[in-house]
Design a protein around this ligand. Structure first.
Ligand code: ADP
Length: 215
């Protein structure tokens, strides 16, 4: 099965991906995570995309599609969550072609619908564990000790693009390049919208229901 999680930055795609993986054993393809790992490891690709990605703008389609194709070569077969890809119509069309070559297709697209005010509040208050990647929110899900992860006591960090200035750029990119995908997948009858303004457990109940076929 190929599941696409569609939504604005900080709409909860990453958080719900972790839950889906635990419950249903999907494999996770997060283009944002792959990019950040390349940046941290200073690969040739990472060095090339660091500036544009950390500015909040989208990495050019050709580079992203190449990155995804390479990533797929090293992936074992299984159900896939596409998180943060596709993000443009061109990427969506390319994904259709890639999947077709593998006798596969998109099965379900969940669109996480969140208010812009909520997104900004989530982004500026997000803190992430340097060791395990657990995500916190200084308002709704505070770490027990300031600056430390509840699970392993490692330091928390702020993503380079989680600033007020950068989230404005990311939201602009989302509106112009990614929002058209809502219609693209609506037309194919595969899109389901969920209200993702609520807390992560409430959203999880809905996502789990969808994946159990109760929709
Ligand atoms: P978020 O959804 O919270 O904005 P991601 O972790 O998905 O964050 O992506 C972080 C950044 O990585 C994006 O702002 C962009 O620069 C780059 N990126 C990730 N996925 C794509 C993609 N499919 N196409 C172009 N750029 C991407």
């Amino acid at each position: 099965m190929n599941l696409i999680l569609l939504g604005a930055p900080a709409s909860g795609k990453g958080t719900q991906s972790i839950k889906i993986i635990k419950e249903f054993g999907f494999l996770h393809i997060s283009t944002g995570d792959i990019i950040r790992s390349n940046i941290n490891n200073q690969t040739e690709f990472g060095i090339k995309v660091k500036k544009i990605s950390e500015s909040g703008k989208l990495v050019p389609d050709s580079l992203i599609i190449n990155m995804v194709s390479e990533h797929l070569k090293n992936l074992k077969s299984g159900n896939l969550i596409w998180d943060g890809f596709p993000r443009t119509i061109f990427q969506a069309e390319s994904l259709d072609v890639i999947l077709k070559k593998n006798n596969s297709k998109i099965d379900l697209v969940i669109n996480f619908d969140v208010l812009e005010t909520k997104i900004i509040e989530r982004v500026v208050n997000r803190r992430i564990c340097t060791k395990c990647g657990e995500s916190y929110n200084l308002i709704s899900n505070k770490p027990k000790t300031n600056g430390k992860c509840n699970l392993d006591n490692a330091d928390l960090y702020i993503r380079k693009d989680d600033t007020l200035e950068k989230i404005k750029v990311r939201l602009e990119q989302y509106k112009t390049s990614t929002m058209p995908l809502i219609n693209y997948y609506k037309k194919s009858g595969k899109l389901i919208k969920i209200d993702a303004n609520e807390n992560e457990e409430t959203i999880w109940t809905k996502v789990k229901g969808l994946l159990n076929g109760n929709y």
